[in-house]
Design a protein around this ligand. Structure first.
Ligand code: AMP
Length: 421
């Protein structure tokens, strides 16, 4: 009988059969960042709720609907992090990283995020991201660097059916002018109450509305690209040129906006064509105003977060199987008490020498123990009974060919290391 408990709605367990893929994805995302000088950071999974309501922007869906808040025990209100950018920036400011070292401060993280969303395939209440933030520099090459690293990461996994969408959201000079023009336009449309409200608080989000009925009305809407100031235009052109020089294909998407209010200028999303409605596998952009919004100095910054869960689905959609090594190379099968002691010692010695070794626990008979050895995926079984021990040997059985040879116990480690090379 299974337990009467289930993983909470919108969450799931990563089981050993799937874990190698998840770990390989995280590593594939992290490797390019390490090579580019990003330092690893961990922050708490919960923070003062105001960090998110200020930082992320009160009008966003994340804050108004999707935040997991924690019951307070003091006068402090806490929330599970819906994303990591505000936390990472908070941590960098708190530790004065922007004063101590070079700018930009380059950081990367790997961790779970929490959003109270309506669960569906590819959309969970707890999900995993690997992310990067480059804090304290305004330089189109830095925006391009991050995009190139994300593109490299996806490609290193063998993924091909993804596209990079690119846009500029303008800055504090040109964006308000555009915002007002868009609002004017939206006021003339036939929209439901929720959307009307959104149009007042965060009109750019309306552009992102996936509904046909809304999209049809947006034909002819003013486009941000026609409102960009000269500086923003030149900046964006440089980002595009650097990406082109690095042979990173992208599509200009004038309707691409981000869920969060604090994004400025460069904004981008990686979408995968095999994922249905939850197609974004990663995204990010520049957030020049966030530091000041949370009480820090002006630190123009750029970052991204790539979704681990959806990348698992993207690999499935492309039929890509990452190599998943079995859990052990050697599986020991003792026949009798004395052999148990000796083989357990041998397993310990093998492990200390760096060989992946496991043992038939639970006093199994020969047949059951050999079955366990097969199931473990090990290449070799190590079998020994009293006669073998009397001769100072163990039987090494190659589980794929069935060949069996006697190996002197004191030469076991060196023999196996040689064979497993
Ligand atoms: P965001 O922080 O919303 O820009 O998301 C960055 C990436 O995280 C997205 O492109 C997705 O791959 C992933 N992501 C966001 N929300 C979820 C979710 N609820 N479930 C699974 N993955 C998500």
């Amino acid at each position: 009988m299974s337990s009467s408990f289930q993983a909470p709605k919108g969450t799931y367990d990563i089981l050993p059969a799937d874990a190698p893929t998840v770990l390989a994805i995280r590593e594939a995302f992290a490797a390019p960042l390490r090579r580019a000088g990003y330092g690893y950071i961990e922050t708490p999974v919960f923070e003062d709720v105001k960090l998110f309501s200020r930082g992320v922007g009160e009008s966003t869906d994340i804050v108004s609907k999707e935040m997991f808040t924690l019951t307070k025990r003091s006068d402090e209100d806490l929330a599970m992090r819906p994303e990591a950018t505000a936390s990472v920036l908070r941590a960098a400011l708190q530790a004065n990283l922007h004063r101590i070292g070079n700018l930009p401060v380059k950081l990367w993280y790997s961790g779970s995020q929490y959003r109270y969303e309506k669960p569906q395939k590819g959309r969970y209440r707890q999900f995993w991201q690997v992310g990067a933030e480059a804090i304290g520099a305004e330089d189109p090459a830095l925006d391009a660097e991050l995009i190139i690293l994300a593109d490299d990461a996806f490609r290193s996994l063998g993924l091909r059916n993804f596209r990079l969408l690119l846009n500029s959201l303008g800055d504090k000079q040109c964006r308000p002018v555009y915002r007002a023009a868009l609002q004017d336009f939206l006021r003339g449309l036939d929209l439901d109450e929720d959307t009307v409200r959104r149009a007042e608080i965060n009109p750019l989000r309306v552009l992102d509305d996936k509904r046909e009925s809304v999209q049809a009305q947006l034909v002819g809407a003013p486009m941000l690209r026609d409102y960009l100031c000269e500086e923003c235009k030149a900046y964006h052109e440089q980002v595009r040129e650097i990406l082109t020089a690095a042979q990173v294909p992208f599509e200009d998407d004038p309707k691409l906006v981000r869920g969060l209010d604090y994004y400025t200028r460069t904004t981008f999303e990686f979408v995968h064509d095999g994922l249905g409605s939850q197609s974004a596998v990663g995204g990010g952009g520049r957030y020049d105003g966030l530091s000041e919004m949370i009480g820090g100095p002006a630190l123009p910054s750029v970052g991204w977060a790539l979704g681990v869960d959806r990348t698992v689905l993207a690999l499935e959609a492309e039929g890509i199987q990452l190599p998943t090594p079995g859990s052990s190379d050697v599986f020991a099968v003792p026949l009798g008490e004395q052999a148990r002691t000796v083989l357990f010692g041998a397993v310990t010695e093998l492990r200390r020498a760096g060989v992946r070794a496991d043992f038939a626990y639970g006093g199994k008979g020969l047949k059951a123990a050999m079955k366990a050895a097969d199931r473990s995926g090990a290449r070799f079984a190590l079998v020994a009974g009293e006669r073998d021990l009397a001769e100072g040997v163990v039987q090494l059985k190659d589980l794929s060919t069935g060949d069996q040879t006697a190996v002197a116990l004191d030469a076991l480690v060196s023999t196996l290391k040689e064979k497993l090379k």
